[in-house]
Design a protein around this ligand. Sequence first.
Ligand code: SF4
Length: 614
Amino acid sequence: MRITLASMPWQALESPSLPIALLRSACRREGLEVPSGYHGGIHWCEYLMERTDGELGVPQYTDIAENGLFDEIGDWIFAGNLYGADFGVEAFREYARGRTIDLELAFEMRELTAGYLEEAYSAVMNTAPDIVGFTTTFMQNVPSLALARMIKERHPDVTIVFGGGNCDGAMGPALHRNFEFIDLVVSGEAEIAFPELIRRLHAGSDLTPVAGLSWRDGAELRANPPARGPVQPDQLVVPDYDDWFELLETSPVAEHIEPQLIIETSRGCWWGEKHQCTFCGLNGSLMKFRAKTPEQAIDEISTLVEKHQVLDVITVDNIIDNGYFSTVLPEIEKLGWDVRIHYETKSNLTREHIARFKGAGVAHVQPGIESLVSPVLKLMDKGVAGIRNVRTLRDCESASLTVSWNWLYGFPGERLSDYLPVLEQLDRLHHLQPPANAARILIERFSPYFNDSALGFNELRPAQQYKYVYNLPEKSLEDMVYLFDAEQRGLSEQEISGLKEAIERWIEHYQDSSLEVSGDDELLWISDRRVGREPADHEIRGRELVALYGELEHGRTTGGLRKIRDREGFGITDGELDAWLSELDARGLVFVEHGHYLALATHSVPVKLETRRA
Ligand code: SF4
C-alpha cells in the first residue's frame, strides 16, 4: 500500500515534521512500505515566493506561523477553501479590530490558497497513494481539511487518515464526526497504532483492535478505546528526516533558513504527573513522563547531527529529565561539537545545571518561569517561588544562556496586592532577560482549569476565534477544539496595565543594562549600569561582608544570615547587618520577597542580541 503523509502549513520552516519522520521509521521497522512525506509548509512558502515575486516569503510565513496561533490566523487563511470565499471574512475583520493583526497580509495570503492547494493536490496525487495521512497540530487543521476534501472528492478510493495533536482525546472522534470525508482518525501516540492500522487495511481485516482509532462501520461511527498504556521509550524510533533534507536541497526556501534538527528525548512531564500546572494542557491525554535511556538519547542526537551535519538541535521535550544533567549532557560535552541545543526545563535551575547546559552546547532554554509573583505561582501549582525564578534569570544571564519566557496573568484568586511588591522592584531587573510579553492565560483542553470548574473557570465555550474558522455550531466545536473562552478571572486589564508598561520598559532597557559584580574574598565591586538609574559603583569591603554577600546569591533571610554569622564567628552586629541589608535594598542591589534577600548582580555580562529590544 502506498502511503503519503502530509504536514500542511504552518509547520515551522526551519524544522522537519517529527510525526512524519517517526511514522516513516515506524513503518520501516514493521516491514511496511516507507511513507512519502509531503512537506506543505515548505511548498506553501515556495508558492508564496513565486506568485508574489518574493514580496511574500519566509518572513511573512514565519510571522503567521509564530504569531497567528492564538488568533487562529493560519486556519482562517485557508478557511475559504472549506466553506467558500466569503466565509469568516466579516467575523475575522470584527475580531481583528483593536488587535495587532496584520489584516492585509492575511487577506493577501488567503487569495493565494486555492492555487496552492491545487499544486498540493497534484504533488500528493503524483505519489499515487492508497492512503493519505494528515498530521495536524495547532493551525494545521483547516489547511489539512481543505486538501483532504479535494482528494476525497476527486478520488473517493483514497483513504484519508488524520492524526496528531489536534486529534488527541475527544478531538479525534469529533473531527471524524464533523468531516465526513475523513475516513479514519488516529488519536494518541501513533508509532504502534499507525503501522497496525496499515497492516489491517492491507489485509482488509477488522479495525476494532487499533487503539484510539475512529472509523465507520457502515453508517455507524466507531471510536476504539485508547491504548492501554503510553508508548514506552524503547518502542520509540529514531526519526527519519531524509526526505525533508532532500527537499531542502532544491528548495529556494533553503536560502532563507537555518535548518534545525527536531529531537525528542522524552514525552510527558514528570512535574505535571504530580502537580499539573493549572493552565497547562500541553501533554494532552498523556502526562506520564517517559525519558529515553541516556544511551538512546546520546545515540539519537549524535546519529542525526552527524548524518545531517546540522548543529542547531531543538528538543521538543516539555521538560528535561533531571537525570540527563549527569548523564546525557556530560556525554554531549565530550563529543566536543559546536552544537546549539534548545531545551525546556523546570525553572529552579542551579548553577551546576546551567554549567552542564553550557558545557553540552545548550544555548537556549525555556524554563517555564511564567511569573515572579509567588502567590500567583502557587495558584499555578508551579512549585517555585518568584525569588527563585529571579535567581534563575540572574544565573542564566551570568552564563550567557538565552532564556525565553512569558509572564502569565488572569488566575482565579490573584490579587493586585500580590503583584505590587514585585512591580515596585521590576526596574531592578532590567539587566536580566525580560519576558517576551504579559498575556492573559487561555483555557486549554486537558488543563486542570478545563477539567475542574472548582478551580475557578466555569461555563467554558469554544474560543471565539473558531467562529471564523469552522462553519460548525458551537455544540459541534466543543469536543473538537483546543482553546476555550471563559469569564475573565484575576486582575482586570486596567489592573494589569502597570505590569505591561513595566515589562515594556524592561524590554527596552535590557539591551543596554548591566549590573556586574567582581572582586575577591576581601573586596567586591558592583558596577551598576542599569538603564533608568544613575550609573553607580559600589564596594563591599571586608571578608565578612563579602562572604555574606555570597550567601545572598542563594537568597537568605535576615535570620538566616545571622545564623551564618554566628556559625562563622563574624563580628557584625544585628544592627549593622540590618543596616547593610537596608542599604543593599535602597540601592536596588537585591530582590526582596517575604523577608528573603537575593543578590542581583551577575558575574559577567553577556553579549546582548539586538533582537531582545521591543
Ligand atoms: S507547564 Fe510545563 S511543568 Fe507545568 S505541567 Fe505543563 S509541561 Fe509540565
